[in-house]
Design a protein around this ligand. Structure first.
Ligand code: KG4
Ligand code: ZN
Length: 351
């Protein structure tokens, strides 16, 4: 491991957050987040109940410069203090990715700094190193509006996909349930609040993929089941909404736990370690904020000797700090200049 201090500017614009952050990797390997600035486009997309790519790209253009200026100001640094620039170059909505990627390349060229094109998923995958100093191997559950994946992180740059959704992402299912019931956007936090006052057993919703041998997910059937259950009880009362949210959340949580249980067994098999060897499970992505999910997965972890680690909420959702940290990590691994890297709508981590 190198003993260099590195100060990196990280940019993120792959979905609906325009973010810039400055992270310092100290000579002893520890990290400090000197600034972590974000503009979330909730108000732009709320009327549509989901992210509108064209509107997202326009908002990124409008806000990226401000985010960078604020990140430098908060860190009390100038461009001259930076050693590295990193930006998300995929996967994500192409219009937005282009904004952050080209901004990063321009700053790198203007100030003669090395540039790293970061895979957004790698940003999430390595966040536990930034927040908790944790190094691979570990199991990663990534649950957000765009992704539902279980990854085995063997070491930096070596990721194995254990399971993924075959249709909708889990966050999307939360958002669609909220939209159906007219609760607001983004829907996850509303569904969680409503579920607290509901009876999860009133509606008998399916648990798609439960018991399957692989670790994959499916959420579109669950979404349709909620729709049908709601249709059958029109006009819908406030208590109906509470009960539907509780039933949906219970089903989604159940599925997560079942798929993750399989992944824990597979992870041990792959690493050739028994249940006596303590392991780590990291949860990242916006849905990781859900307390009912965290509670269930903590209990599951205890049964299987996996310690559950959830980075702080502002590092779980999309942010610039995780991109800066992934950039620093890549740089120390010998990746020095990606000025020709293209924006990529699709970019699996495990190819
Ligand atoms: O990671 P994120 O901020 O953005 C990306 O999708 O990349 O995740 C946003 C997703 C949304 O679908 C939102 O509804 C969901 O995370 N979410 C939640 C909660 N808070 C946010 N889902 C369930 N429970 C929550 N408390
Ligand atoms: Zn993300």
């Amino acid at each position: 491991m190198s003993h260099k201090q590195i100060i990196c500017l990280g940019l993120e614009s792959s979905c609906d957050d325009t973010a810039a952050a400055i992270v310092r990797r100290n000579a002893d390997g520890s990290a400090d987040i000197l600034s972590n600035i974000i503009h979330t486009q909730t108000d732009v997309h709320a009327p549509f109940g989901g992210v509108v790519p064209e509107l997202a790209a326009r908002a990124h253009i409008e806000y990226m410069d401000q985010m960078v200026a604020e990140a430098l100001k908060t860190a009390q640094l100038t461009y001259n203090d930076l050693n590295l620039v990193a930006a998300t170059s995929g996967p994500g909505l192409l219009g937005g990715v282009i904004v952050g990627l080209m901004s990063g390349k321009a700053i790198s060229l203007a100030h003669d700094l090395p540039f790293i094109a970061v895979n957004h998923l790698e940003g999430h995958a390595l966040t536990a190193g930034l927040s908790h100093g944790i190094e691979p191997p570990y199991l990663l559950l990534l649950i957000s509006g765009g992704h539902t994946q279980i990854l085995q992180v063997n070491k930096v740059g070596q990721y194995e996909l254990l399971g993924t959704t075959i249709d909708d992402a889990i966050g999307e299912a939360f958002d669609k349930t909220a939209k159906l019931l007219g609760l607001g956007y983004p829907g996850g936090p509303f569904v969680e609040q409503y579920a607290k006052q509901g009876n999860p057993k009133r509606f008998n919703l399916p648990r798609p993929m439960k018991g399957r041998k692989n670790c994959d997910f499916s959420f579109s059937g669950l979404k349709t089941a909620v729709l049908l259950a709601a249709k059958n009880i029109q006009p819908i009362t406030q208590q109906d909404k509470y009960d539907l949210c509780a039933a949906f959340q219970a089903a989604a949580t159940d599925v997560l736990a079942d798929r993750l249980k399989r992944a824990m067994l597979l992870f041990r098999e792959n690493l050739n370690v028994t249940i006596d060897s303590p392991q780590k499970l990291i949860i990242a992505g916006g849905v990781a904020a859900n307390q009912a999910i965290a509670k269930k997965l903590t209990a599951l972890g205890q049964q299987h000797n996996f310690e559950l680690i959830v980075p702080p909420a502002n590092l779980c959702t999309d942010n610039g700090a995780m991109i800066a940290w992934a950039g620093i990590t890549q740089y120390l691994n010998g990746n020095t200049n990606n000025l020709t890297a293209p924006p990529r709508a699709r970019w699996p981590l495990y190819e």
